[in-house]
Design a protein around this ligand. Structure first.
Ligand code: ZN
Length: 250
């Protein structure tokens, strides 16, 4: 079977600037995500970061990516518009996109969904319980009834997104809010999954259930087709009199 080619993208700034984050992700969270995905024999994984030429997302790399995962927070505005457009075109052609945590505010997520994607937040280290409300969905296989994260940043409603094609996790937050924490959409031929856990000061990407969800999401989001955009003029299949033809009798 052909392997699913994954590119794990990370802005990789907190991991170089914030002591707390360096302790949790000394090699950057992209390497932690890449390492656990690489354990799946069906996956072939590479990483890309903001500081690389074209943010590591050249035409060639995207053309050889089946599923792209995206983590960003501090530097959404530094991502070049031409790269965002390139990723968007590739998703519409059929590439899968997994959007993690604070990437809710990334240019690419907002461009594909067409809304502000803003939300309510608070960072005091409270408990979150993500309820699996679609136990039959491919992304929730092996997860059980819920995922409990002892300390997380609170993300709360209203989350300014278009209604998901499928909502698979709803979070309860200790402080009283709720949040749509696992959302699926299709745009063009591509599949998009937003998953809210992943605040940089907590070791969330080491959580086995979180890793399982991202693993499942990659398998779900891999392309079924890749169809470049075209808008062709088409000849009729049946015989039709062309009323613009001067010789046609009307
Ligand atoms: Zn955060």
């Amino acid at each position: 079977m052909k392997k699913t080619r994954i590119t794990v993208w990370n802005e990789n700034i907190h991991e170089q600037q914030d002591k707390e984050v360096i302790e949790i992700y000394p090699d950057g969270m992209h390497n932690v995500i890449s390492n656990f995905l690489s354990q799946n024999p069906d996956f072939e994984v590479r990483t890309a970061t903001l500081d690389q030429p074209e943010h590591g997302l050249t035409e060639d790399i995207l053309g050889n990516t089946d599923v792209l995962t995206w983590w960003g927070h501090k530097a959404h505005e530094q991502v070049k518009d031409e790269v965002v457009e390139r990723v968007k075109i590739r998703v519409l052609e059929g590439m899968g996109l997994i959007v993690l945590h604070s990437a809710h505010y990334s240019k690419i997520f907002r461009a594909l969904l067409g809304t502000n994607c803003s939300l309510k937040w608070r960072e005091i280290g409270e408990k979150e319980r993500l309820w699996n409300i679609e136990p039959g969905h491919p992304i929730t296989q092996g997860i059980g009834e819920y995922i409990e994260i002892p300390r997380n940043e609170m993300y709360g409603e209203r989350f300014d997104i278009p209604t998901p094609d499928k909502l698979i996790f709803i979070s309860w937050l200790e402080g009283g809010e709720v949040f749509r924490s696992g959302c699926c959409w299709e745009r063009g031929h591509g599949r998009i999954f937003y998953f809210s856990p992943g605040h940089e000061t907590y070791p969330i990407f080491y959580n086995e259930q979180i890793q399982k969800v991202i693993n499942n999401a990659v398998s779900w989001a891999k392309p079924r087709v890749i169809i470049p955009d075209s808008c062709p003029n088409a000849q009729p299949i049946e015989k039709v009199v062309n009323i613009h033809d001067a010789s046609a009798k009307i």
